[in-house]
Design a protein around this ligand. Structure first.
Ligand code: ZN
Length: 484
Protein backbone atom coordinates (compact mmCIF):
# COMPACT_ATOMS: atom_id res chain seq x y z
CA UNK A 1 0.00 0.00 0.00
CA UNK A 2 1.33 3.45 -0.97
CA UNK A 3 0.15 6.44 0.99
CA UNK A 4 1.10 10.05 0.42
CA UNK A 5 0.69 12.88 2.91
CA UNK A 6 0.77 16.44 1.64
CA UNK A 7 -0.07 19.97 2.67
CA UNK A 8 2.27 19.76 5.65
CA UNK A 9 3.28 23.29 6.66
CA UNK A 10 6.35 22.18 8.65
CA UNK A 11 7.91 18.74 8.98
CA UNK A 12 10.23 18.56 12.02
CA UNK A 13 12.90 15.92 12.54
CA UNK A 14 13.93 15.73 8.87
CA UNK A 15 17.37 14.53 9.94
CA UNK A 16 19.34 11.89 8.05
CA UNK A 17 18.64 8.31 9.04
CA UNK A 18 20.59 7.29 12.14
CA UNK A 19 20.92 10.80 13.54
CA UNK A 20 21.25 11.53 17.21
CA UNK A 21 22.37 14.89 18.53
CA UNK A 22 24.98 15.86 21.09
CA UNK A 23 25.52 19.12 22.94
CA UNK A 24 24.90 22.31 20.95
CA UNK A 25 23.58 20.31 17.95
CA UNK A 26 20.50 19.60 20.04
CA UNK A 27 19.40 23.20 19.35
CA UNK A 28 19.45 22.71 15.57
CA UNK A 29 16.07 21.75 14.15
CA UNK A 30 16.04 19.96 10.80
CA UNK A 31 12.83 21.07 9.09
CA UNK A 32 11.11 20.92 5.71
CA UNK A 33 8.46 23.47 4.85
CA UNK A 34 5.45 22.76 2.62
CA UNK A 35 6.41 19.13 2.79
CA UNK A 36 5.10 15.83 1.54
CA UNK A 37 5.80 12.28 2.58
CA UNK A 38 5.27 8.99 0.75
CA UNK A 39 4.97 5.76 2.68
CA UNK A 40 5.07 2.19 1.39
CA UNK A 41 4.34 -0.69 3.76
CA UNK A 42 4.94 1.49 6.79
CA UNK A 43 8.30 2.84 5.67
CA UNK A 44 9.10 6.31 4.35
CA UNK A 45 10.22 5.96 0.72
CA UNK A 46 10.26 9.61 -0.21
CA UNK A 47 9.90 13.02 1.40
CA UNK A 48 10.56 16.55 0.30
CA UNK A 49 9.15 19.96 -0.27
CA UNK A 50 6.54 20.64 -2.89
CA UNK A 51 8.31 23.65 -4.35
CA UNK A 52 11.89 22.46 -4.49
CA UNK A 53 13.53 22.39 -7.92
CA UNK A 54 14.51 18.76 -7.69
CA UNK A 55 10.93 17.72 -7.23
CA UNK A 56 9.29 19.81 -9.87
CA UNK A 57 6.73 17.19 -10.63
CA UNK A 58 5.32 17.79 -7.22
CA UNK A 59 5.37 21.57 -7.39
CA UNK A 60 2.06 23.17 -6.63
CA UNK A 61 2.04 26.58 -8.24
CA UNK A 62 -0.70 29.14 -8.55
CA UNK A 63 -0.69 28.99 -12.36
CA UNK A 64 -0.20 25.29 -12.59
CA UNK A 65 2.38 25.75 -15.35
CA UNK A 66 4.97 23.04 -15.52
CA UNK A 67 3.29 21.15 -12.76
CA UNK A 68 -0.10 19.93 -11.78
CA UNK A 69 -2.50 22.37 -10.22
CA UNK A 70 -3.44 22.50 -6.60
CA UNK A 71 -6.96 21.59 -7.62
CA UNK A 72 -5.66 18.37 -9.04
CA UNK A 73 -4.74 17.24 -5.59
CA UNK A 74 -7.51 15.19 -4.14
CA UNK A 75 -9.84 16.61 -1.57
CA UNK A 76 -10.06 13.55 0.62
CA UNK A 77 -12.07 13.33 3.75
CA UNK A 78 -10.34 15.57 6.17
CA UNK A 79 -8.11 13.91 8.71
CA UNK A 80 -8.34 17.01 10.87
CA UNK A 81 -11.96 18.08 11.08
CA UNK A 82 -13.47 14.94 12.42
CA UNK A 83 -16.49 14.85 14.67
CA UNK A 84 -16.12 13.85 18.31
CA UNK A 85 -17.79 10.53 17.58
CA UNK A 86 -15.37 9.80 14.77
CA UNK A 87 -12.43 10.68 16.95
CA UNK A 88 -13.54 8.30 19.66
CA UNK A 89 -13.73 5.63 17.03
CA UNK A 90 -10.28 6.59 15.81
CA UNK A 91 -8.74 5.93 19.19
CA UNK A 92 -9.70 2.29 18.77
CA UNK A 93 -8.38 2.20 15.24
CA UNK A 94 -5.51 -0.12 16.00
CA UNK A 95 -8.07 -2.85 16.51
CA UNK A 96 -9.11 -2.61 12.90
CA UNK A 97 -6.04 -1.29 11.29
CA UNK A 98 -7.26 -1.53 7.73
CA UNK A 99 -9.89 1.09 8.42
CA UNK A 100 -7.64 3.98 7.36
CA UNK A 101 -7.97 2.97 3.74
CA UNK A 102 -11.47 4.48 3.62
CA UNK A 103 -10.11 8.00 3.94
CA UNK A 104 -7.87 7.81 0.91
CA UNK A 105 -8.65 8.98 -2.56
CA UNK A 106 -6.46 8.22 -5.56
CA UNK A 107 -4.69 11.17 -7.08
CA UNK A 108 -6.20 12.20 -10.39
CA UNK A 109 -3.58 13.61 -12.66
CA UNK A 110 -2.16 12.95 -16.08
CA UNK A 111 0.67 10.50 -16.27
CA UNK A 112 3.31 12.70 -17.94
CA UNK A 113 3.08 15.33 -15.29
CA UNK A 114 4.38 13.37 -12.41
CA UNK A 115 7.44 11.24 -12.52
CA UNK A 116 8.26 10.11 -9.07
CA UNK A 117 11.22 7.94 -8.24
CA UNK A 118 9.95 4.47 -9.08
CA UNK A 119 6.48 5.26 -7.84
CA UNK A 120 3.38 5.62 -9.93
CA UNK A 121 1.61 8.57 -8.39
CA UNK A 122 -1.71 7.29 -9.53
CA UNK A 123 -1.23 4.34 -7.21
CA UNK A 124 -0.74 6.55 -4.21
CA UNK A 125 -3.58 7.27 -1.84
CA UNK A 126 -3.16 10.88 -0.83
CA UNK A 127 -4.09 12.37 2.53
CA UNK A 128 -4.37 16.15 2.89
CA UNK A 129 -2.98 17.22 6.25
CA UNK A 130 -4.47 20.69 5.72
CA UNK A 131 -1.44 22.75 6.61
CA UNK A 132 -0.73 21.01 9.90
CA UNK A 133 2.78 20.56 11.28
CA UNK A 134 4.16 17.07 11.78
CA UNK A 135 7.01 15.68 13.83
CA UNK A 136 8.43 12.21 14.49
CA UNK A 137 6.51 9.95 16.86
CA UNK A 138 7.88 10.23 20.38
CA UNK A 139 10.17 7.57 21.83
CA UNK A 140 9.76 6.60 25.49
CA UNK A 141 12.87 4.60 26.31
CA UNK A 142 12.18 3.91 30.01
CA UNK A 143 8.84 2.81 31.52
CA UNK A 144 7.36 0.36 34.01
CA UNK A 145 3.77 0.34 32.77
CA UNK A 146 2.95 -3.26 33.67
CA UNK A 147 1.87 -2.98 37.30
CA UNK A 148 -0.98 -4.28 39.42
CA UNK A 149 -2.09 -1.21 41.37
CA UNK A 150 -1.39 2.48 41.82
CA UNK A 151 0.47 3.61 44.96
CA UNK A 152 -1.34 6.79 45.85
CA UNK A 153 -1.26 5.91 49.57
CA UNK A 154 2.51 6.32 49.45
CA UNK A 155 2.01 9.57 47.57
CA UNK A 156 0.00 10.85 50.52
CA UNK A 157 2.69 9.66 52.98
CA UNK A 158 5.34 11.48 51.01
CA UNK A 159 3.31 14.69 51.08
CA UNK A 160 3.44 14.34 54.86
CA UNK A 161 7.21 14.06 54.78
CA UNK A 162 8.20 10.38 54.38
CA UNK A 163 11.09 9.80 51.99
CA UNK A 164 11.25 7.25 49.16
CA UNK A 165 13.92 5.34 51.11
CA UNK A 166 11.82 5.30 54.31
CA UNK A 167 8.80 4.02 52.42
CA UNK A 168 10.91 1.36 50.73
CA UNK A 169 12.45 0.26 54.06
CA UNK A 170 8.93 -0.21 55.50
CA UNK A 171 7.95 -2.63 52.72
CA UNK A 172 6.44 0.02 50.49
CA UNK A 173 7.85 1.15 47.16
CA UNK A 174 8.93 -1.50 44.68
CA UNK A 175 8.22 -4.30 47.17
CA UNK A 176 4.66 -3.07 47.59
CA UNK A 177 4.22 -3.30 43.81
CA UNK A 178 5.85 -6.74 43.83
CA UNK A 179 3.43 -8.04 46.47
CA UNK A 180 0.44 -6.94 44.42
CA UNK A 181 1.85 -8.11 41.12
CA UNK A 182 2.54 -11.62 42.35
CA UNK A 183 -1.17 -12.21 43.00
CA UNK A 184 -2.42 -10.35 39.93
CA UNK A 185 -3.80 -12.31 36.99
CA UNK A 186 -1.93 -12.08 33.71
CA UNK A 187 -5.09 -11.07 31.82
CA UNK A 188 -5.80 -8.25 34.23
CA UNK A 189 -2.22 -6.98 33.99
CA UNK A 190 -2.55 -7.02 30.22
CA UNK A 191 -5.86 -5.11 30.27
CA UNK A 192 -4.54 -2.46 32.65
CA UNK A 193 -1.30 -2.01 30.74
CA UNK A 194 -3.23 -1.82 27.46
CA UNK A 195 -5.18 1.17 28.74
CA UNK A 196 -1.89 2.88 29.57
CA UNK A 197 -0.46 2.16 26.13
CA UNK A 198 -3.57 3.64 24.47
CA UNK A 199 -3.22 6.78 26.55
CA UNK A 200 0.46 7.11 25.68
CA UNK A 201 -0.32 6.69 21.98
CA UNK A 202 -2.84 9.54 22.18
CA UNK A 203 -0.08 11.69 23.65
CA UNK A 204 2.26 10.83 20.80
CA UNK A 205 4.32 7.85 21.92
CA UNK A 206 5.01 5.47 19.03
CA UNK A 207 8.03 3.65 20.46
CA UNK A 208 7.86 2.30 23.98
CA UNK A 209 10.26 0.40 26.21
CA UNK A 210 8.67 -1.55 29.07
CA UNK A 211 10.51 -3.17 31.97
CA UNK A 212 9.71 -6.11 34.21
CA UNK A 213 10.90 -5.79 37.81
CA UNK A 214 7.78 -5.98 39.97
CA UNK A 215 7.81 -9.77 39.90
CA UNK A 216 11.09 -10.46 41.70
CA UNK A 217 10.49 -14.21 41.51
CA UNK A 218 10.98 -16.54 38.58
CA UNK A 219 7.27 -16.99 37.89
CA UNK A 220 6.26 -13.39 38.37
CA UNK A 221 9.10 -11.93 36.33
CA UNK A 222 8.19 -14.29 33.49
CA UNK A 223 4.53 -13.35 33.92
CA UNK A 224 5.37 -9.66 33.48
CA UNK A 225 7.54 -10.31 30.45
CA UNK A 226 4.80 -12.39 28.84
CA UNK A 227 2.39 -9.50 29.34
CA UNK A 228 4.89 -7.23 27.56
CA UNK A 229 5.18 -9.80 24.77
CA UNK A 230 1.38 -9.73 24.41
CA UNK A 231 1.41 -5.94 24.28
CA UNK A 232 4.00 -6.18 21.50
CA UNK A 233 1.76 -8.30 19.36
CA UNK A 234 -1.47 -6.44 20.14
CA UNK A 235 -0.39 -2.87 19.48
CA UNK A 236 0.74 -1.30 16.23
CA UNK A 237 3.54 0.73 17.85
CA UNK A 238 7.15 -0.35 18.46
CA UNK A 239 7.52 -2.01 21.88
CA UNK A 240 10.77 -3.24 23.46
CA UNK A 241 11.04 -5.39 26.57
CA UNK A 242 13.63 -5.11 29.32
CA UNK A 243 14.27 -7.76 31.98
CA UNK A 244 14.67 -5.98 35.33
CA UNK A 245 14.74 -8.86 37.80
CA UNK A 246 17.41 -6.81 39.60
CA UNK A 247 15.01 -3.99 40.48
CA UNK A 248 15.08 -4.62 44.24
CA UNK A 249 15.81 -7.42 46.69
CA UNK A 250 12.56 -9.20 47.51
CA UNK A 251 11.58 -9.46 51.19
CA UNK A 252 12.46 -13.17 51.44
CA UNK A 253 16.02 -12.43 50.27
CA UNK A 254 16.53 -9.36 52.42
CA UNK A 255 19.20 -11.03 54.55
CA UNK A 256 20.77 -13.12 51.78
CA UNK A 257 21.19 -10.86 48.84
CA UNK A 258 23.78 -12.92 46.99
CA UNK A 259 21.27 -15.76 46.90
CA UNK A 260 18.83 -13.56 45.02
CA UNK A 261 21.51 -12.69 42.48
CA UNK A 262 22.17 -16.42 42.09
CA UNK A 263 18.44 -16.88 41.44
CA UNK A 264 18.54 -14.21 38.73
CA UNK A 265 21.60 -15.72 37.07
CA UNK A 266 20.73 -19.37 37.46
CA UNK A 267 16.95 -19.45 37.05
CA UNK A 268 15.54 -16.23 35.65
CA UNK A 269 18.00 -15.15 32.97
CA UNK A 270 18.26 -18.49 31.12
CA UNK A 271 14.46 -18.75 30.89
CA UNK A 272 14.05 -15.15 29.80
CA UNK A 273 16.57 -15.77 27.03
CA UNK A 274 15.15 -19.18 26.07
CA UNK A 275 11.66 -17.73 25.64
CA UNK A 276 13.03 -14.62 23.89
CA UNK A 277 11.17 -12.41 26.32
CA UNK A 278 13.64 -9.52 26.57
CA UNK A 279 15.52 -7.15 24.28
CA UNK A 280 17.70 -5.78 27.11
CA UNK A 281 18.58 -6.28 30.75
CA UNK A 282 18.50 -3.60 33.44
CA UNK A 283 19.85 -3.35 36.99
CA UNK A 284 18.96 -0.82 39.69
CA UNK A 285 22.51 0.04 40.74
CA UNK A 286 22.12 2.45 43.65
CA UNK A 287 22.32 2.99 47.40
CA UNK A 288 20.26 0.31 49.17
CA UNK A 289 19.70 -1.61 45.94
CA UNK A 290 22.38 -3.39 43.87
CA UNK A 291 26.06 -2.50 44.39
CA UNK A 292 28.33 -1.91 41.37
CA UNK A 293 29.96 -5.28 42.08
CA UNK A 294 26.62 -7.09 42.12
CA UNK A 295 25.57 -5.17 39.01
CA UNK A 296 28.76 -6.26 37.29
CA UNK A 297 28.11 -9.92 38.07
CA UNK A 298 24.72 -9.65 36.38
CA UNK A 299 26.00 -7.72 33.36
CA UNK A 300 28.81 -10.19 32.72
CA UNK A 301 26.31 -13.05 32.63
CA UNK A 302 23.93 -11.06 30.41
CA UNK A 303 26.80 -10.35 28.01
CA UNK A 304 27.30 -14.07 27.61
CA UNK A 305 23.67 -14.30 26.50
CA UNK A 306 24.09 -11.34 24.16
CA UNK A 307 21.63 -9.22 26.10
CA UNK A 308 22.54 -5.50 26.01
CA UNK A 309 22.38 -3.53 29.23
CA UNK A 310 20.55 -0.49 30.47
CA UNK A 311 21.16 0.79 34.00
CA UNK A 312 19.13 2.57 36.66
CA UNK A 313 21.93 4.64 38.15
CA UNK A 314 22.73 7.65 40.36
CA UNK A 315 19.15 8.32 41.41
CA UNK A 316 20.03 8.38 45.08
CA UNK A 317 23.69 9.42 44.97
CA UNK A 318 26.99 9.13 43.11
CA UNK A 319 26.91 5.38 43.49
CA UNK A 320 28.93 3.97 40.61
CA UNK A 321 26.13 3.20 38.15
CA UNK A 322 27.68 5.23 35.35
CA UNK A 323 31.09 3.63 35.86
CA UNK A 324 29.80 0.06 35.71
CA UNK A 325 27.40 0.87 32.86
CA UNK A 326 30.03 2.48 30.67
CA UNK A 327 32.53 -0.28 31.46
CA UNK A 328 30.08 -2.89 30.17
CA UNK A 329 28.87 -0.96 27.15
CA UNK A 330 25.38 -0.23 28.48
CA UNK A 331 23.20 1.42 25.86
CA UNK A 332 22.05 3.93 28.44
CA UNK A 333 22.35 4.88 32.07
CA UNK A 334 19.09 6.32 33.28
CA UNK A 335 18.09 8.63 36.18
CA UNK A 336 21.32 10.59 36.90
CA UNK A 337 19.73 12.91 39.43
CA UNK A 338 23.30 12.90 40.72
CA UNK A 339 25.93 13.30 38.01
CA UNK A 340 29.31 14.94 38.50
CA UNK A 341 31.78 16.05 35.84
CA UNK A 342 33.57 12.76 36.30
CA UNK A 343 30.47 10.85 35.16
CA UNK A 344 29.88 13.34 32.31
CA UNK A 345 33.43 12.75 31.12
CA UNK A 346 32.82 8.99 31.13
CA UNK A 347 29.68 9.45 29.04
CA UNK A 348 31.55 11.71 26.65
CA UNK A 349 34.29 9.17 26.07
CA UNK A 350 31.72 6.67 24.79
CA UNK A 351 30.86 8.96 21.83
CA UNK A 352 27.17 8.23 22.15
CA UNK A 353 27.50 4.50 22.77
CA UNK A 354 26.07 5.04 26.26
CA UNK A 355 23.27 7.60 26.35
CA UNK A 356 22.46 9.57 29.53
CA UNK A 357 18.68 9.39 30.05
CA UNK A 358 17.03 11.81 32.48
CA UNK A 359 13.64 11.14 34.08
CA UNK A 360 12.28 14.48 35.30
CA UNK A 361 8.86 13.03 36.17
CA UNK A 362 10.55 11.12 38.99
CA UNK A 363 12.38 14.16 40.34
CA UNK A 364 9.20 16.20 40.25
CA UNK A 365 7.13 13.53 41.90
CA UNK A 366 9.61 12.47 44.60
CA UNK A 367 10.91 15.96 45.26
CA UNK A 368 14.50 14.89 44.62
CA UNK A 369 17.06 16.84 42.55
CA UNK A 370 16.58 17.04 38.78
CA UNK A 371 19.34 15.57 36.62
CA UNK A 372 21.80 18.32 35.64
CA UNK A 373 20.98 18.05 31.95
CA UNK A 374 21.75 21.72 31.26
CA UNK A 375 25.32 21.04 32.31
CA UNK A 376 25.37 17.71 30.46
CA UNK A 377 24.32 19.32 27.19
CA UNK A 378 26.79 22.16 27.64
CA UNK A 379 29.36 19.43 28.25
CA UNK A 380 28.52 18.04 24.79
CA UNK A 381 26.43 15.01 25.73
CA UNK A 382 23.50 13.51 23.75
CA UNK A 383 20.86 13.72 26.47
CA UNK A 384 17.60 11.76 26.21
CA UNK A 385 14.43 12.08 28.30
CA UNK A 386 11.86 9.43 29.29
CA UNK A 387 8.76 9.22 31.47
CA UNK A 388 9.78 6.39 33.85
CA UNK A 389 5.99 5.84 33.98
CA UNK A 390 5.48 3.72 37.12
CA UNK A 391 3.06 3.65 40.05
CA UNK A 392 5.47 4.78 42.76
CA UNK A 393 7.79 7.50 41.61
CA UNK A 394 6.48 8.78 38.27
CA UNK A 395 2.84 8.18 37.32
CA UNK A 396 3.48 10.26 34.22
CA UNK A 397 2.34 8.87 30.86
CA UNK A 398 3.15 11.85 28.68
CA UNK A 399 6.50 12.70 27.14
CA UNK A 400 5.03 16.14 26.44
CA UNK A 401 4.74 16.69 30.20
CA UNK A 402 8.31 15.43 30.58
CA UNK A 403 9.44 18.05 28.05
CA UNK A 404 7.68 20.76 30.04
CA UNK A 405 9.46 19.67 33.23
CA UNK A 406 12.79 19.49 31.40
CA UNK A 407 12.39 23.06 30.19
CA UNK A 408 11.05 24.67 33.36
CA UNK A 409 13.04 22.70 35.93
CA UNK A 410 16.21 21.69 34.10
CA UNK A 411 16.52 24.71 31.81
CA UNK A 412 16.60 22.70 28.63
CA UNK A 413 15.44 24.59 25.57
CA UNK A 414 12.32 23.30 23.74
CA UNK A 415 14.45 22.28 20.75
CA UNK A 416 16.74 20.26 23.04
CA UNK A 417 13.79 18.59 24.76
CA UNK A 418 12.36 17.70 21.33
CA UNK A 419 15.53 15.89 20.28
CA UNK A 420 15.73 14.27 23.73
CA UNK A 421 12.36 12.53 23.20
CA UNK A 422 12.85 11.68 19.53
CA UNK A 423 16.23 10.84 17.96
CA UNK A 424 18.30 10.71 21.17
CA UNK A 425 15.72 8.52 22.90
CA UNK A 426 15.79 6.28 19.82
CA UNK A 427 19.56 6.01 20.23
CA UNK A 428 19.09 4.93 23.86
CA UNK A 429 17.28 1.90 22.37
CA UNK A 430 19.71 1.66 19.40
CA UNK A 431 16.73 2.25 17.11
CA UNK A 432 17.95 5.49 15.55
CA UNK A 433 18.02 3.83 12.12
CA UNK A 434 14.34 3.01 12.42
CA UNK A 435 12.58 5.66 14.55
CA UNK A 436 13.12 9.12 16.01
CA UNK A 437 13.58 11.08 12.75
CA UNK A 438 11.69 11.34 9.46
CA UNK A 439 13.94 10.16 6.65
CA UNK A 440 13.85 7.70 3.77
CA UNK A 441 14.09 4.17 5.08
CA UNK A 442 12.70 5.01 8.51
CA UNK A 443 9.40 3.86 9.97
CA UNK A 444 6.63 6.35 9.09
CA UNK A 445 5.87 7.31 12.69
CA UNK A 446 4.68 10.88 12.90
CA UNK A 447 2.39 13.17 14.83
CA UNK A 448 -0.08 15.63 13.34
CA UNK A 449 0.14 18.62 15.64
CA UNK A 450 -2.56 20.90 16.94
CA UNK A 451 -0.75 24.22 16.61
CA UNK A 452 2.04 25.99 14.78
CA UNK A 453 5.54 26.22 16.28
CA UNK A 454 4.72 22.88 17.87
CA UNK A 455 8.26 22.12 19.07
CA UNK A 456 7.90 25.20 21.24
CA UNK A 457 4.27 24.75 22.26
CA UNK A 458 4.81 21.20 23.60
CA UNK A 459 6.66 22.30 26.75
CA UNK A 460 4.68 25.54 26.96
CA UNK A 461 1.12 24.23 27.22
CA UNK A 462 1.76 22.11 30.30
CA UNK A 463 -0.75 19.28 30.59
CA UNK A 464 -2.44 20.05 27.27
CA UNK A 465 -2.07 17.49 24.54
CA UNK A 466 -0.55 19.10 21.47
CA UNK A 467 -0.94 15.94 19.37
CA UNK A 468 -4.05 15.67 17.24
CA UNK A 469 -3.33 12.40 15.43
CA UNK A 470 -0.70 9.75 16.01
CA UNK A 471 0.53 7.79 12.99
CA UNK A 472 2.71 4.73 13.32
CA UNK A 473 4.09 2.75 10.36
CA UNK A 474 2.10 5.05 8.09
CA UNK A 475 -1.28 4.43 9.71
CA UNK A 476 -3.28 6.45 12.13
CA UNK A 477 -3.29 4.63 15.44
CA UNK A 478 -4.71 7.25 17.83
CA UNK A 479 -6.37 10.65 17.96
CA UNK A 480 -6.96 13.00 20.84
CA UNK A 481 -10.36 14.56 21.44
CA UNK A 482 -10.96 18.04 20.12
CA UNK A 483 -11.54 20.95 22.48
CA UNK A 484 -9.64 19.33 25.31
ZN1 ZN B 1 12.75 3.19 36.20
Amino acid sequence: MKTGFYNISVLYGASPRGTFKSGSAMMQLDVLENAYLIVVDGTIVELGTLDSEGLKSYTVSQSGEGSFKQSQFPSPESTINKSEADLKKDVEIFQSIEKTSSEKTPLKAEAGEMESKNLELSEIHWIDLQGAEIMPGLVDSHTHIVFAAPRHEEFALRIQGATYEEIAAAGGGILNSAKKLRIALEDQLFEDASARVKLMMQWGTTTLEIKSGYGLSVDSELKMLRVIKRLKSNFPIHIKATFLGAHAFPMEFKERREDYIDLILRDMLPQVVAEELADHIDVFCDEGFFTPEQTERILIKAEQYGLPAKIHGNELGLTGGVQVGVKHGAWSVDHLEHCSELEMELFKQTNGATIPVALPGTSYFLGIPFAPTRKMIDFGLPVALATDFNPGSSPVASLQTVCALACTQMKMMPQEAFHAVTCNAARALRMENEVGSLAVGMSADFLVMRSTDSVKTIPYYLGQNQVLHTYCKGRRVASSALNS
